[in-house]
Design a protein around this ligand. Sequence first.
Ligand SMILES: [Zn+2]
Ligand SMILES: [Zn+2]
Ligand SMILES: [Zn+2]
Length: 657
Amino acid sequence: MRLKINEYNDTIFEWIPYNQFNEIKEMNNDSFFTIYSAKWKNGQLFYSFSKVEYIRHTNKFVTLKRLYNSQNINDFFNEVKKYSIDGSSNNILKIYGITQNSDTKDYILVLNFEDFEKYCAKCNKLYTDTRFNWCKPCQIEYLEQNFINWTSGNKEIDNFIQGMQLKVNGYSSDTIFEWISYNQFDNIKGMDKNDLNITNLAIWKDGSLCFDYQNKKWSRVMGKEVALKYFYNNSQNIIDELLNEVKKYSIKNSRDTISIHGISQNTDTKDYILVLQNGYCTGCGEKYSDVTNNWCKPCQLNNLFTNWTSGNEKIDEFIQKMQLKIDKPSDIIFEWIPYNKFNDIKEISKDGFTTEYLAIWEDGPLYYDCNRKEYARDLTTDKKVALKCLDISQNITDKILNKAIKEYSIRDDDDTLIMYGISQNLSTNNYIIVLHDRYFEKNFEGYYCIRCANIYTDAQYKWCLPCKIDYLKQNFTNWTSKNVRIDNFIQGMQLKISKSNDIVFEWIPYNQFEEIKEIGKGGFAIVYSAIWKDGPLHYNWNKYTREPNQKVALKCLNNSQDISDEFLNEVQNYSTEKYSNNILKIYGITQNPDTKDYIMVLEYADGGKFYDYWIDNGKHKNFNWHNKIRTLNNIIKGLKEIHQKQMIWDCVEKLVI
Ligand SMILES: [Zn+2]
Ligand SMILES: [Zn+2]
Ligand SMILES: [Zn+2]
């Protein structure tokens, strides 16, 4: 294999001693092989341009494929040849070499790890569709091999079905067209009120064949409801006509057509049967308007218009007309919404013609539940809506209404804002258009906080200072340092927050810190590095998140068991701004439970910023060369008491350069 190398990026195929592999873990197996992941100590050879030579990626993850009975060396070599060393092509999985289990003497292939999942385990080729582990050649082969397991008893039909199966083009919701034996059907019952050819609904015991991409195998959806359409025909060319009838259906699942699963034959009457998706409305027996979602437009329209009135005939008529516009299950049913269904109504803006409010709609809009085949409301979440009140609209006309709703839509498929219906303010009798709360984003570009209806403090990041302060205040009861003075101090620090990216100064329990190591000791303090498990809070695109396992510095002033003004003053000299390059950042205060010392939790710094732990309470806003030299002098003076000399020298070196 080595002699095959043509290009710099080709793999150097190697014999790799088995003791080169660590952390061997079984991943999966089948009747021919077992797959393991492992770490290859020395790692694969590759060509480095910068070094102009071959070097190794040490501790590289690899896949090991152990073939059963691989002592037969010819079979093994045939298997090896199925993989690729070609660095310029990704069609076939890469092989690095071979090894041999020292105990079992089984030969083992050493394969690429990172991309292993993207290749078909059967043929080693890149999946046709890597998202769904779909290998077209192997799936076609599977179907072809299965041809011998079924027959309709008619050559022409068999050929047709085989042809349909081989059309399968990828993992999708396409149906695999099949010959389905009649004894597969259970619970056959007649359907009323529908076109004469559809006679029965039935349960298909085994159900249709689907590729289960997670388990990378074919499986069946047991107990599937299907429609059986009898094909009555006495002509000479019955088979041709049957197949022509079949061709009128598609194997593709779509909203507006009924797909076909296959052909069957009644064993007694010998009549052929088209086995179709059950896309027929249980109400009227007609094909659903939306087959995928079991939604029948005529039946749903019949079920509307009950149980409500606005008290105004014109408005009722207008709403009914709007309701008739639904055309899809996802369309909004435009409604009359009683005003008492709105809570937390907050005025947001007002001009001469309209007043806009943000409100909670108790019930929320109707949505179509396609399993229960009816409209329902999601009562579990509060639905925020925008109320657009048409001032002085007690005497409303169709013309005004049409104008008022002109920009909005009952359909969520374009750029227009969704509207839910009409309401009426009970005290002013003004009519209200109920809209999606994105109304405020659209009209004010996220100008208003959805929670409190105030203008955002930071509109770009949708950050609202009053809401944040509210939240912090409410949270005061959820933590304590067990020292009133410290608690008050931290609360005060928290309420100083003014920008979305400010650090939320915190009381941090000492058990949040791991790997605590002394990194420097001075006359007044000891500094440790530590890993803060949960990490600091950051405001990131509309929400606060923590950055876990952050390295921080813990600065412990000597004898700080009693909290002193000196300690609290020093805390205030550090910065709580996220983007402060000159001053070390401070995250909060903690306390060592053993020594009872209070400790500042600071940004971790090495190199040039390291000495900030020691000087001038962290302040060096106007740091200049004069200060640097003065600091250097201080540091050199203090060196005697500093244990970690090397670290300071590193720092000195950086300062001087
Ligand atoms: Zn394959
Ligand atoms: Zn219907
Ligand atoms: Zn707010």
